[in-house]
Design a protein around this ligand. Structure first.
Ligand SMILES: C[S@@+](CC[C@H](N)C(=O)[O-])C[C@H]1O[C@@H](n2cnc3c(N)ncnc32)[C@H](O)[C@@H]1O
Length: 272
């Protein structure tokens, strides 16, 4: 057995031991972690759609990959020079990511932490780019997660979610009298379908927004949509002209949800 064959046999054995894989990672020796993935070469085919929308040189960028899984995107962004923190609730996937970081020689550019997306509210770090793909629909509290992430993000978000069918988006959603509700039934009104039981056999799928709903949520968190690389994928940048509703309306609700002392702030305002 040659040295190369022996190394390849060892890697294949380790891949087998780390199963099941959701990300088909392409390792430097050209081994793949899930070459028979039911979605095809996933998520490489999504990355190919997306990558032209992301700066080639990410040197100096701090990036957060939410729900990083085995780290496919974490590694691609680190290869462009970014320092990437990947978070996930599932230690099985984090173990895969840590193993792969070593195989790719990317340990210095990547960190992995077991975290709930909501735990980020207590973190001090800020990120130039937040990668938020494939997670929103798994959350029972999607707007809370969006608000937390927007507060930690100084520039760009890459967003993807399972969504309801349709491409329509009403342009006038400003206000309606209390008894005029028909417009809410229009295809282009921002909406989310609530999944009480399961979707695609998965009980962790809670909410599927429509296209108008995705754009409206992003705007409501202070973003403008600057790119649509593919189906259900949105590039958003912080919009200086349109701050998040947190800063114009209901900060105390947010503070209460993240267990911050909101009464002190409201109390101070009242005293003034
Ligand atoms: C559908 S996979 C998407 C993986 C990757 N982001 C992608 O787009 O290929 C969802 C990932 O999010 C993680 N996840 C689900 N709920 C989460 C939560 N509340 N906080 C952090 N990660 C979560 C899951 O463990 C899983 O790895």
């Amino acid at each position: 057995m040659t040295q190369d064959t022996r190394l390849r046999t060892n890697i294949n054995k380790e891949i087998e031991e780390l199963k099941p894989w959701f990300h088909n990672l392409h390792l430097p020796d050209s081994t793949q972690t899930a070459p028979d993935h039911w979605l095809g070469d996933f998520p490489m085919f999504k990355w190919k759609e997306l990558s032209p929308f992301i700066p080639q040189d990410l040197s100096g960028w701090k990036v957060l990959d939410v729900g990083c899984n085995a780290g496919f995107y974490t590694f691609e962004l680190a290869k462009r020079g970014a320092d990437v923190l990947g978070i996930d609730v599932d230690t099985h996937y984090l173990k895969q990511a840590e193993w792969a970081a070593e195989k790719m020689g990317l340990q210095k550019k990547t960190r992995f932490k077991q975290m709930q997306v909501y735990d980020l509210a207590k973190e001090k770090e800020n990120f130039d780019l937040i990668w938020f793909m494939g997670v929103l629909y798994h959350l029972r509290y999607p707007m809370l997660a969006m608000d937390i992430l927007a507060e930690k993000n100084s520039d760009m978000m890459v967003f993807q979610t399972l969504s309801m069918p349709g491409k329509e988006a009403e342009t006038d959603t400003w206000d309606r009298p209390i008894n005029e509700r028909e417009d809410l039934l229009k295809d282009g009104w921002p909406k989310m379908a609530f999944i009480e039981h399961k979707f695609s056999g998965d009980p962790t799928n809670w909410w599927l927004p429509n296209h108008a709903g995705i754009e409206a949520m992003l705007r409501s968190c202070g973003y403008k949509i600057t790119g649509r690389p593919g189906h259900e994928i949105y590039i958003a940048r912080k919009d200086a002209e349109n701050p998040s509703c947190l800063h114009t309306w209901n900060k105390s609700e947010y503070q209460s949800a993240i267990q911050e002392d909101w009464k002190a702030e409201v109390g101070n305002k009242i005293k003034k």
